[in-house]
Design a protein. Sequence first.
Length: 151
Amino acid sequence: MAKKTSVKSRKPTRKVAKPKLLAGGNPQVAKADGDAPVQAYIAAMPGWKRDVGRRLDALIVRAVPGVRKAVKWNSPFYGMEDRGWFLSFHCFARYVKVAFFRGASLSPVPPGESKHKDVRYLDIHEADPLDETRLASWVKQASRLPGWGGA
């Protein structure tokens, strides 16, 4: 009588590489569309910036149901179908910079100026309180404007 041997099935383990941090601590994440690459970017944000990224992402999703997401140029982008991208954010050494591509049209206008006349920024430092009401208002307004790269 043949002896039965049990062979444990082994699933191949794939080591997932942690994204490299670029100068200033910005995660290097490959360009891709959808929520998954944005979540990978946020998960790779260093230290306190990760919480800021989570809060920004959640606020944007609440403020703009059906928002499109992508990672481009190592930054999460948020946009509307057929209208283009309206917002992005990026990690720097001491802050997270939120870019409103048509920010000069928002009311009130976000405080950070740009060399591009339409773009305005909001820099979020570690100790800064996040005015979620004002930020949600800017996000909603920005989502209704023609965005960057739109049709």
